[in-house]
Structures are given as C-alpha cells and as structure tokens.
Design a protein around this ligand. Structure first.
Ligand code: ADP
Ligand code: MG
Length: 606
C-alpha cells in the first residue's frame, strides 16, 4: 500500500475532481437504495402480502417505525386507487430513479477521468525531466532499453492497473459502506454474521496479491531486456547483417521473448484468479444469507417479513459486485506496484552532478581554464591521472594520444558531464563545481564525432534550444559552417524537416549543421572531439575549413585523430593511459623524438 500512497501523492493537485467523484458516487448509491425501497410496495401489491394498516403510526427515524409508516401510506394509496395504476406509477418512479442513479454514476467517472489521466501525465513529465537531468554516467550503467521500458510500459502499467483501480477505490468503499449500513438497519443480526465471513475472504485474496506483485516485477524487468535488445539491434543492424548474425540475433530474441511469455502467462493466471475466486466466495456468502434469513422468517414472531427480506437480498447482492471489484482493484494495484517502484527508482536516482544552492553565476570567460591535479575514474580503474593543464584565453590546445587514452574523458569533464574524482577544474579561478551548471555549459560549444540531429527543421536544429533567433542569424551561422549551400539545395531550404530525409544527408553535411549550431551560440570556448574523424577526405576538407573559422578568436580544446590538423595548436598535450606524457609545440615534440613523433610517423606512412 506504500506504493499506492506514492501514486496518490500525484493525485493531490486533482483533489477537487476526486471530491466531485466521491460526491456523485454517494448520490448514485442513494438512488440505488431508493430504487430497492420502491420495489417493496410492488411486491406487496402483487402478492397481497400486507393488510393495510388502519391507524396512522408515529413517524420516527427508526427502521420499524419507518417501515410501518411507509406501509401505511402505501396502504392508503392502494385503497384509493386501483393496484394497476399504482403499479404503473411505481414503475415510472423506478425508471426515473435508475436514470438518476446512472447519471450520477457517469458524472462520478466523468470527473475521475481528469484525475486518472492527469496523474499519468504528471508522472510521465517528471520522468522525462529526470531523464534530462540525470548524468550521462547513469545511462552507461543502466541499459537504455530499461529506461525506455520504465518510461513507456511501466507508466502504461500504472495507468492500466493502478489508475483504473482508482475508480474502484473511490467508488466501491462508498457503495460498500452505504449498503452495509442499510443491511444493518434492515437486520443487524444477519448482517453481523455476514461480516464475520468477510475478513476470511479478504485474507485469501491478499495472499495471492503479494505473489502477483513479485511476478509482475520480474515481468517488467524482462520487458526492459526485450526493449534493450530491440534498441541494440536497430542501432547495430549493419553489423548484424555484415557478420551474418541474423540467426543468432533472432534466436537470442526468441529466447528472451519466450522467458517473458512464460512469466506473463503465470502472471495472468494469478491475476485472473481474482474474479472467479471472489465470485465463488461471494455466492457462498449469499447462499448462507438465504439459508439463514429464510430460517429467521420461518420462525414464528420474526421481525423480518418476506418483502423486507427480498429487499435485504437485493441490497446484499449489490454489495457483492463492489467487493469483487475492490478485490480485483487490490490485485491490480499489487500488479502495478512493481511498476510504481521501477518508476520511483528513476525518479529518486541520485543526480550526482548537482548544483550548489549558492552557486555563482559565470557569464564570461576572461583569463584561463585550469585542470588542477585532476584524477578521474568511471568505475574501478583510473582513466585520468594527475592532469595539470592551463588553457589561456584565445589559445588553442590539442589533445592527442592512442584511442582509449582518455582524451574524450578529459574534454567531458569541462562541461561537467562527469565530475572529477579528485582535484579541480577552474574557470578564471572559480571551481566549476561552485558555478551554475547552465552557465558553465553556456560558455562552451561542443562538436563531437557523433552528431545528433533531431527530428525537426534545419532551422530548429541549428537554433536548437535558443530562443528568439532570426533567420538571418541562422543563415550567417550556416555560412560560417560551410553549410548554407547544401541547405539551400534541400527541398524546403531551412524549413526542410531533417527527420524526413536525415538518412540522405552525408556525415559531413550533418557535421556542418552541428558546427553551425555551435557557431550560432558563439561560445568563448570550443571543444572539438574528433569532429572530422568519421568523414571522407572531401567532406573533411569542408568541415575542417568550417572548424578553422569557428576556432578563430576563440579558446579551443581540440581532439584530433589526424595530427596534421593540429600542428599549429599553441600547445599539444600527449596522453597515454590517462597521463600527460609529453607537451609542447609541434616542433618541440618532433625534436623530442618520443610518443608524438612515433604517432606522427605512423600517420605519415599511412
Ligand atoms: P579516447 O577519447 O582517448 O579514445 P576515452 O576518454 O573515450 O578515450 O576513454 C578512456 C578510457 O575510459 C577507456 O579505457 C574507456 O574504455 C573508458 N571509458 C570511456 N567512457 C566510459 C564510460 N562511460 N564508462 C566506463 N568507462 C569508460
Ligand atoms: Mg574519444
């Protein structure tokens, strides 16, 4: 039930609708009770059970007196009009009462719809927001598919199991309590007997519910694995085909899917037990009521008359449905509880990269960036060891080294994609941990090997996140990035949707759009992480030109796989296994005849 509370917390903003729902439910119950009371005179007329009461009884709010009074009034009516007319009237009243009952029932659901969907919408928004804020490191630990599954299938599960149960949770207790009160008024002895049987029933249902939650948790986890597989497959399809691994992938998927299937079969069998089980238990209790109540009536001098007993059974039969629904709701909530937990794990995941409450604003870059005794590790192994580096304003620093030597990691520390394990990074003497995160990132433009364009127009992809950008500014940025010409050749120029034809754009074109994105931002610091390494020679030349104009009058940290492009850097840093092993200008390093010279010669040969 802890999980239910978690979900209900989201319902707080919608409390007004929830109250309306309860109010209309109560109205609906009242009318259904009235409808049963209206049946009594019909029975009495048809079966001529009651002699009219001669004297007007005292009116009082007690069942026995109320009954007498009611019978008396009916008796008078029966005497005045012929039974057929009265029957017709009562039938008309019955129709009216039922109409109102169902109208109120609908209104109750009408308002609940807002609560149901609102809560799910809020959870989804919260999750998305969290996904944006969570550190990059979070996604390397947990598979992407698992997160997608939490955002989609788990939210849907909450929508289906928990939120659809909400309806019953708000409605059925109101029904059950009102019916129980009526039953007590009709015959408390009989009702007490019934009440003893209810907890026994409840216990049986609760037990299965618990096991249901466990299975459901496993099921959602398996679903996450499936989604991860699909995600991997689609992004790695080229490799799967190239290595003739279609059969292997297919088998792998089938096996995972089969395990999911077995789990779900077990889950549904358990869940489907709820309704038959509670129906049987309900009927067992009803039969008991008929037997026991019948015995009471047949006893001489009983307070219960046949018409009232019929009403009793009618009301009692009405209680069975809400009890059944409530037990199904409890089952469903148990099933959904697993999903609520999975969602909560994401929502409560530590943000790691956090902003201090008194973080300072840093809107300008004046002097230098400094890496001071920086150590970093992703997991166990140190990836960067004791890095010391000063990047002065206006200078261009190049990072070179073998693949895996820690170049990208070093660059990623600067915009705080990760936080250093030891040491500090300072901008103009202020540790970046003390700064407003968005300010730090605002000082930097990043172009990496992996260009991500979004399913939006070229204009939006360049303006990306900036507000109030004019077409002139975007065109200007595109010109600097050598992108204007090919954009103009697209069917709708800057309004062309990249999602529609993204696949037809070459790597170099995509890269130039992402460079335009960086140009438009006009950040004082540029980080280029192998921006040209995925390109062919021709587009590399165009992109390199764009990068050169991008780096003009800026401070830059450049990672390049092709050493020829960084020969003119102010300082070249050579990384090996996370350590700076050589540093200096191109000619210094060549003269040193060390790691850099070796890298250089290797490329000269190739
Ligand atoms: P480079 O850019 O020089 O090729 P990286 O900075 O990408 O090198 O990687 C440095 C080391 O850190 C490598 O050994 C790599 O396996 C490891 N590494 C990189 N990213 C992660 C990550 N997200 N989680 C764990 N280890 C990582
Ligand atoms: Mg790299």
């Amino acid at each position: 039930m802890k999980n239910l509370v978690k979900v209900l917390r989201y319902a707080v903003p919608y409390w007004g609708f929830a109250v309306l729902n309860v109010v209309f439910n109560i109205l609906s119950v009242i009318f259904s009770l009235v409808s049963f009371a209206a049946v009594i005179p019909v029975l009495n007329i048809l079966f001529k059970l009651e002699k009219p009461i001669a004297e007007e009884p005292e009116f009082a709010w007690k069942m026995a007196e109320l009954k007498e009074y009611f019978y008396y009034k009916i008796g008078i009516l029966i005497q005045q009009y012929d039974p057929l007319t009265i029957l017709a009237y009562i039938c008309a009243i019955l129709v009216g009462v039922y109409l109102l009952k169902n109208l109120f029932r609908y209104l109750a659901m009408f308002f609940l719809a807002e609560v149901r969907n609102g809560v799910v919408k809020d959870i989804r928004n919260k999750l998305y927001e969290k996904v944006l804020i969570l550190p990059l490191a979070y996604y390397s630990e947990q598979k992407k598919g698992d997160i997608i599954s939490r955002m989609t299938t788990d939210v849907q599960e909450v929508e289906w199991s928990v939120m659809s149960s909400l309806e019953m949770l708000f409605r059925d207790p109101v029904y059950i309590i009102s019916y129980l009160i009526t039953l007590f008024l009709l015959d408390y002895q009989l009702t007490l007997m019934v009440l003893v049987l209810l907890p026994v029933t409840g216990l049986m249902i609760g037990q299965i519910g618990k096991s249901l939650k466990r299975t459901s948790a496993k099921g959602q986890q398996k679903m996450g694995e499936l989604l991860s597989l699909i995600e991997e497959t689609i992004s790695g399809l080229r490799n799967i085909k190239a290595f003739n691994a279609i059969d292997w992938a297919n088998r792998n998927f089938r096996e995972t899917n089969e395990r999911y299937n077995r789990l779900m079969v077990r889950l549904y069998r358990k869940r489907d037990l709820a309704s038959p089980l509670s129906e049987f238990l309900g009927i067992a209790v009803s039969v008991f009521v008929i037997w026991y109540g019948g015995k009471l009536i047949l006893q001489p001098g009983s307070t219960l008359d046949a018409a009232l007993f019929i009403m009793y059974i009618l009301v009692f039969s009405q209680i069975i449905n809400p009890v059944k629904a409530l037990s199904t709701a409890v089952y469903n909530i148990q099933k959904g509880a697993a999903s609520v937990e999975r969602i909560d794990q994401v929502l409560s995941a530590e943000e790691v990269i956090t902003e201090k409450p008194d973080a300072v604003s840093i809107k300008e870059f004046r002097e230098k960036i400094e890496y001071r005794n920086v150590w970093f590790r992703y997991e166990q192994e140190d990836v960067l060891r004791n890095i010391n580096l000063v990047v002065e304003r206006g200078k261009s620093i190049a990072l070179v080294g073998a693949s895996g030597s820690g170049k990208s990691t070093m660059a990623d520390l600067l915009p705080r994609f990760y936080d250093v394990t030891q040491g500090e990074i300072l901008i103009d003497g202020i540790p970046i941990r003390d700064c407003i995160i968005s300010d730090v990132r605002g000082l930097m433009g990043i172009v990496s090997q992996e260009t991500v364009l979004f399913n939006a127009s070229v204009f939006d992809n360049i303006a990306f996140g900036l507000q109030g950008v004019t077409m002139e500014q975007v065109v200007e940025a595109a010109r600097v990035a050598n992108a204007h010409e090919f954009i103009m050749q697209m069917p709708e120029g800057y309004e062309t949707n990249i999602g529609d034809r993204g696949i037809k754009m070459s790597g170099g074109q995509r890269q130039r759009i992402s460079i335009a994105r960086a140009v438009l931002r006009n950040p004082p610091v540029m980080i280029l992480d192998e921006a040209t390494s995925a390109l062919d020679t021709e587009s590399e030349r165009l992109v390199q030109e764009a990068l050169t104009s991008l780096m003009q009058n800026r401070t830059s940290l450049v990672i390049a796989h092709r050493l020829s492009t960084i020969q003119h850097a102010d300082e070249i840093i050579v990384l090996q296994k996370g350590e700076i092993v050589e540093r200096g200008s191109h000619s210094d390093l060549m003269a040193l005849n060390g790691v850099y010279k070796k890298l250089h010669d290797m490329q000269a040969l190739g």
